[in-house]
Design a binder for this molecule. Structure first.
Ligand code: SF4
Ligand code: SF4
Ligand code: SF4
Length: 242
């Protein structure tokens, strides 16, 4: 968990400095912009316009980053070419907890985060995908150990909301893994993800059609490499039925 009071604020100032330096140098024609790779499709905050419109509209002010109580958002660095300074979610570090009233959207002064997105069901960030079923503890029939939980529990909460995540997470030690299904922040979570019993009686996670790709399941998945990952900018229908 990141602390805004220390590391995050320092990172944010660094990012702003990079953006400022880029803008200043850009005026002299001295900057060569790195090209984005086709694989550089970013998980954007709730309400983000389609990528081309988002890049054209976001003024890189960082307001969304500043108001996020979970410290979910960061600004892309200069290695990301024209996307430098725009906000994104690194889901493995911290997903989006779909706060009431989506304060990041309300804080956006440019409309890059569309104000018509006002609640969780309006959000379309991407979709979750069980990428590594061979690692998933539910598929393997293994219980959660202290080591599995350490990546998250060794971090520091900087407010009550972040502390609640740690407290809830700590309760899983010694239990079968249902973390992705239990800790999904979508209000009707079973419509986004649920544990379903297979023909052998084993309970396995299943992504459902209301998943909006918030990234919390990827963040909290206790396997070394996340067994469940987010495909950004893709809907459930596109990924699972396309
Ligand atoms: S909805 Fe909340 S947790 Fe998600 S990015 Fe916006 S402010 Fe952060
Ligand atoms: S949190 Fe990860 S390991 Fe646990 S059931 Fe979900 S995908 Fe599997
Ligand atoms: S399954 Fe839940 S936690 Fe995972 S991305 Fe979808 S809405 Fe978010």
């Amino acid at each position: 968990m990141k602390s805004l009071d220390t590391n995050n604020r320092r990172d944010f100032i660094k990012q702003i400095a990079v953006v400022s330096a880029f803008v200043a140098l850009g005026g002299t024609g001295m900057v060569i912009m790195p090209k984005l790779k086709a694989s550089d499709i970013f998980l954007r905050p709730p309400g983000a316009l389609d990528e081309d419109d988002f890049l054209a509209t976001c003024i890189k002010c960082g307001q969304c980053v500043q108001v996020c109580p979970y410290h979910t958002l960061s600004l892309l660095d200069i290695s990301k070419g024209h996307a430098v300074g725009t906000p994104f979610v690194n889901a493995r570090d911290r997903g989006c907890y779909l706060c009431d009233l989506l304060p990041c959207v309300l804080a956006c002064p440019s409309g890059a985060l569309e104000h018509t997105t006002s609640e969780a069901k309006d959000v379309k960030m991407g979709v979750a995908y069980l990428k590594h079923t061979n690692n998933c503890l539910a598929y393997r029939g293994e219980n959660i150990t202290k080591d599995h939980l350490a990546r998250i529990l060794n971090t520091t909460a900087s407010n009550e909301r972040e502390q609640k995540i740690l407290d809830d997470y700590a309760k899983y030690e010694g239990k079968p893994c249902t973390i992705c299904a239990d800790m999904c922040p979508f209000p009707q979570k079973e419509q986004a993800i649920e544990m379903v019993q297979n023909s052998e009686g084993r309970w396995l996670p299943q992504v459902n059609d209301q998943c909006i790709g918030c990234g919390v399941c990827e963040e909290l998945c206790p396997t070394k490499e996340a067994s469940i990952v987010i495909i950004p900018r893709v809907s459930f229908a596109q990924h699972y039925k396309g």
